[in-house]
Ligand binder design. Structure first.
Ligand SMILES: NC(=O)c1ccc[n+]([C@@H]2O[C@H](COP(=O)([O-])OP(=O)(O)OC[C@H]3O[C@@H](n4cnc5c(N)ncnc54)[C@H](O)[C@@H]3O)[C@@H](O)[C@H]2O)c1
Length: 359
């Protein structure tokens, strides 16, 4: 299966590693900056690989490699949607980094055009594949929590001023959003997925406490109500001193309580169920080793997407999941901007509409 990577920056290595581990044929690397391509090649010992073509223009790449099967879009967030749409139009399946888009109208366009073209789009929410997350999900699907009361997610991370100064898109409303849209999207996606996926009302507050160099928030808090009456609490920040502390996900049901923690929701911290089962004792202390705050999930996400293409079935995290997480975060943004609770479905809204708002 022929693969191309569009964007060779910080996260690109996780994608190239996952593509190589899944035996994809690396057909092309694309970046506006040739040095970024060289650096990535060097990191993977691919300097001499003549079969890997290099492009600055991804549209030219799509034209010149007509038998490309799969592309990963790993550029700045504000570019994801258009690049995904261009891949779809070229008949190429896509793994698009989170957030899939910053604009709900574009999300709808991605869903519509991919369905029409018979092309699969996978939103890169790789934390869904974390082993601890999978254990929580299995307990939920087996009904072990009983009726859910509420859940919460706390993404307690750190980003320096230097991090935000690395590129002008970081922390801008039009091209990135703040910590909720960037760093906390994985945790918010996990919460939404566990709570059944349908939020109906959101109350949000944003602040920018330590990063005057960016437009958007470095701290976001929200209360969410779901379709079934469950509620949830979201706390996300890049302000924790002196480094990333934890990504914590809690689920409280009538017959079960589970809490995940660790730097990227990779550890089980609490595991209590009314129906004890074999294996619960070990699960209670489960931890998946990872040396990256991004977790180990890219490999499994790629394996699933390759399976989706071969079997012509939706990927585990499809474009609708990509849209749902973005919609919830945009609803928090709109609520913060208007100072009122916001109902979902949200209708068309984009992060660009936050321009001029100083949290
Ligand atoms: N899934 C995760 O856990 C995770 C982790 C980090 C970042 N991300 C996401 O990945 C995306 C990229 O983040 P990053 O930290 O790697 O950013 P980055 O700025 O380090 O890399 C982006 C790269 O895209 C290139 N680029 C820009 N415009 C381009 C164009 N038109 N054509 C080709 N290349 C172009 C840039 O030159 C740069 O090398 C962001 O959307 C971010 O939210 C996801």
């Amino acid at each position: 299966m022929k693969f191309a990577l569009i964007g060779c920056g910080r996260i690109a290595a996780s994608h190239l590693k996952a593509a190589l581990e899944n035996q994809l044929e690396i057909a092309a690397l694309c970046d506006l900056d040739p040095q970024a391509i060289r650096n990535l090649r060097r990191e993977f010992g691919l300097e001499g690989e003549q079969g890997i073509r290099e492009y600055a223009d991804y549209r030219q790449m799509l034209r010149e490699i007509p038998d490309l099967d799969l592309a990963a879009v790993t550029t700045a967030s504000g570019l994801h949607a258009q690049m995904t749409l261009d891949c779809i139009d070229a008949g190429v399946h896509v793994i698009v980094e989170k957030p899939m888009t910053l604009d709900l109208a574009q999300a709808d366009e991605i869903i519509r055009r991919s369905e029409e073209a018979g092309v699969w789009v996978c939103a890169c929410h790789q934390n869904r594949f974390n082993l601890a997350v999978q254990k929580m999900r299995a307990a939920l699907e087996e009904g072990r929590f009983g009726k859910l009361s509420h859940g919460s997610v706390q993404v307690l991370w750190h980003r320096s001023q230097e991090y935000y100064r690395q590129a002008d898109w970081r922390g801008s409303w039009a091209k990135d959003g703040g910590c909720l849209m960037n760093q906390c999207l994985h945790g918010i996606d996990l919460l939404l997925w566990m709570m059944g996926g349908r939020a109906v009302e959101v109350c949000g507050m944003l602040a920018n406490r330590f990063h005057p160099e960016i437009e958007a928030e470095d701290l976001g808090m929200a209360l969410v109500r779901f379709e079934g009456g469950e509620t949830a609490l979201i706390e996300g920040t890049t302000n924790v001193y002196p480094e990333n502390l934890e990504e914590r996900l809690s689920l409280f049901g009538q017959a079960g309580t589970a809490r995940l923690g660790g730097k990227s929701a990779n550890k089980i911290k609490e595991w209590q169920f009314a129906d004890p089962r074999p294996g619960d004792e070990e699960t209670r202390f489960f931890e998946e080793e990872t040396d990256s705050v991004y977790g180990n999930g890219h490999q499994a996400l790629y394996a699933d997407m390759i399976g989706a293409i071969r079997e012509n079935r939706p990927p585990y995290v499809d474009a609708r999941a990509g849209r749902a997480a973005v919609e919830l975060i945009l609803a928090i943004y709109k609520s913060a901007r208007t100072g009122r609770p916001v109902s979902l479905p949200l209708g068309d809204f984009s992060a660009k509409e936050m321009e001029g708002f100083r949290p």
